[in-house]
Design a protein around this ligand. Structure first.
Ligand code: ISC
Length: 468
């Protein structure tokens, strides 16, 4: 690649899009990071970096820094997420065959704090203009309406080469804004066993508990997969819209076939401030009759009042804060965890905030932090190496990107990276592999953990139109 990497960011009129970012989730191939009405949506791809192995985060960090250091950036908005941006997804395991990736889109639409913007990214020669960026957005949306988002209402002259060049399969931008209720059921969809049958997975949980009782480790997270076959084809854009409408406390992600809505923030970096949301401790909101009738005070008693759940949570916070400490000047975590209410489950949650320290004259980038933080006890266990080895022995599963970091980063090192939970990989247009796991400690019951995996599959099953 010899041409210069160039980007242009211009403001959009957020008010012209009252539905915010989910309105732009109109294509199955969008790159997505969204929470409530804010976030980033990417269209197209101008380059990508892929890698495997133990140094995947640092290799990606170096690649990205090299790319942006020479970039020609015009940015009149100047917020985290403006200018050059890459979306990424990383394998959970350093031994995984799955490729970790950073993808640089051609177009990004961003919303945050009442601001909206559009970025065009390119290696091509030629002048980047607001009109050209809007025309490119139109092309991805398959419409001629992007100019309605200009702050002053001007209708720019579109680039005649690209204007009106609707992309096959795209829907008009408004098409995805409304949430369809009740959820459409996918005709003929079926579910299949993944790597392990339910019985074999429960045996693995029992083996994990036995190992914990020997004192070899304190906590272990065991996951399993199931496969959904959807003969009518998976509508990824619809899945993303459903997840972002229903799981408003979560971060909805879509990167190269990996889709989901995670409640767990691995690390969010904005300038010198880093934040994380640590979860551990789960209670299904459905009662024995399948009704979501469990009251909050019951959840508080069972989660916050349970020694097992508190212990599991304590281990998760300890694992994050001890890894973050060397990069921080100051850190605060609430003494008491809070109850996070999601449509499917309750969680015991804690938010951690750190003021980042300069290391060798630089604030660490989000990928440098991820390199130190991943895998946390919430998805692996404690001690990490013992838990990791046991996961490989007991799960019989390459987790791929499940439970790995997923998110975005910008040229300044800002970014948001969740842990890819409550998600799935769209393996082909009719096949989706769903993943869910549970923290296992002394006292964990295999049947209860199996039931918990079904509660954690629920967001994806519902958004795919499969009821359980
Ligand atoms: C491993 C998963 O959840 C983790 C995050 C929150 C609560 C968890 C738990 O209570 O077991 C898990 O540690 C998953 O959703 O697949």
């Amino acid at each position: 690649m010899t041409s210069t990497f160039r980007t242009l960011t211009v403001p959009l009129d957020g008010k012209a899009s009252p539905g915010g970012l989910p309105q732009f989730l109109v294509r199955d191939d969008v790159l997505c990071w969204s929470r409530r009405e804010a976030g980033l949506v990417g269209f197209g791809e101008i380059t990508r970096f892929t890698t495997t192995g133990p140094d995947r985060f640092l290799e990606a960090d170096i690649w990205w820094r090299h790319l942006v250091i020479e970039a020609d950036i015009t940015d009149s908005v100047e917020l985290p997420g403006t200018g050059p941006v890459a979306f990424g997804s990383f394998a959970f395991s350093k031994k995984s065959a799955h490729e970790s990736r950073l993808i640089v889109p051609e177009i990004v639409v961003g919303f945050r704090d009442g601001h909206a913007w559009l970025t065009q990214l390119t290696f091509d020669d030629g002048v980047l203009t607001e009109a050209g960026a809007l025309a490119a957005l139109d092309r991805w949306l398959g419409s001629g309406s992007a100019s309605a988002f200009l702050p002053d209402g001007d209708v720019p002259t579109s680039d005649p080469d690209v204007a009106g060049d609707g992309t096959p399969g795209a829907q008009p931008p408004g098409a995805g804004a409304a949430v369809v209720r009740p959820l459409p059921l996918a005709a003929g969809a079926t579910l299949h066993t993944g790597s392990l049958s339910e019985e074999d997975w429960m045996a693995a949980v029992a083996a994990g508990v036995a190992e914990i009782r020997t004192g070899a480790l304190e906590k272990l997270v065991l996951a399993r997969d199931i496969v959904a076959t959807v003969p009518t084809g998976v509508n990824a854009a619809q899945v993303l819209r459903e997840l972002s409408a229903r799981y408003r406390e979560c971060w909805t992600y879509g990167v190269d076939g990996l889709v989901g809505a995670t409640p767990e923030m691995l690390i969010q970096v904005e300038g010198r401030t880093a934040q994380a949301r640590v979860l551990a401790g789960t209670l299904d909101r459905r009662d024995a009759h399948g009704q979501a009738g469990i009251p909050m005070d019951y959840a508080e008693r069972v989660l916050a009042g349970s020694e097992k759940q508190r212990h599991e949570h304590e281990i998760a916070i300890q694992s994050l804060t001890s890894q973050l400490a060397p990069f921080s000047e100051a850190m605060n975590a609430h003494d008491e965890p809070f109850i996070l209410e999601l449509p499917n489950v309750w969680h015991l949650a804690s938010d951690v905030k750190a003021e980042l320290a300069e290391v060798e004259g630089h604030v660490p980038t989000c990928l440098a932090l991820i390199n130190a933080l991943h895998p946390t006890a919430a998805v692996c266990g404690t001690p990490t190496l013992v838990a990791g080895a046991l996961i490989r022995k007991l799960e019989h599963l390459d987790r791929g990107p499940y439970a790995g970091p997923v998110g975005w980063l910008d040229a300044a090192g800002n970014g948001e990276w969740g842990i890819a939970l409550r998600g799935a990989v769209i393996e082909d247009p009719q096949t989706v592999r769903l993943y869910a796991g549970c923290g296992i400690v002394d006292g964990s019951q295999p049947e209860a953990e199996l039931a918990e995996t079904w509660a954690k599959f629920r967001p994806m099953l519902e958004s795919l139109g499969i009821s359980n």
